[in-house]
Design a protein around this ligand. Structure first.
Ligand code: TMP
Length: 203
């Protein structure tokens, strides 16, 4: 495998993905490895503008508009990814699986359209590995409750996040070799170790 892999962190709200991503970044900095870090929605300058629009609590877009905005945000990131692809390690906080999990499994938008546009945008870009962070409803709710500010996508009902998480699991079941499931209900220190060990193998 490439030593400059593209690695994605996925999972629902409160699953700990951003925490683990930060920890991986700390490790890569220490190792003086070249990497770029992107989040979706957001990442590049233009994508961050789109992120604000989607997640603003005052926004009232319908599910198709949301989908198109998430895809627009991705479209603005692709150049950044292409520029660094194979040259630097690329870490992404959410990517194409989030769109399938949230917009299809969560909201019921046609999966064929999502896949078509994702394929169109990614072309030859391959995701080398994905950490899928999983959390139970109780812990998810507790962790969301602790957040100072909730955005528009932090406020759906528990059933919605359950559907999304089941969607993520279905996606990883299709290609298990490229995924690692992280049970974020378990000890966080041990999970950190598990993730870093895999990162050492990947980079
Ligand atoms: P974040 O809080 O992890 O940055 O993610 C923002 C929200 O955007 C999160 O609720 C998941 C959602 N999202 C989608 O619904 N579809 C997507 O394609 C992406 C990338 C994120």
């Amino acid at each position: 495998m490439s030593k400059k892999p593209l690695i994605v962190f996925e999972g629902i709200e409160g699953s700990g993905k951003s925490y683990h991503l930060k920890n991986v970044i700390k490790y890569l900095k220490k190792q003086k490895k070249k990497f770029i870090q992107i989040r979706e929605p957001g990442g590049s300058e233009n994508s961050e503008k789109i992120r604000k629009l989607i997640l603003d609590n005052k926004s009232t877009f319908n599910k198709n508009t949301d989908l198109l905005l998430y895809l627009s945000s991705r479209s603005e990131n692709i150049e950044l990814i292409k520029k660094n692809y194979g040259k630097k390690i690329i870490l992404i906080d959410r990517f194409v699986d989030s769109t399938v999990a949230y917009q299809h499994y969560g909201m019921g938008v046609d999966i064929r359209f999502i896949k078509l546009v994702n394929d169109f945008l990614l072309k030859d870009i391959i995701i080398n590995f994905t950490f899928l962070n999983l959390v139970n409803s109780k812990n998810m709710k507790e962790r969301l409750f602790k957040r100072k500010k909730l955005n528009r996508y932090d406020q759906f009902n528990t059933n919605f996040y359950t559907r999304v998480q089941k969607g993520f699991i279905k996606i990883q079941n299709e290609n298990k070799k490229k995924y690692m499931k992280i049970n974020s209900n378990l000890d966080i220190t041990n999970n950190k170790k598990i993730i870093l060990n895999k990162i050492k193998e990947l980079v």
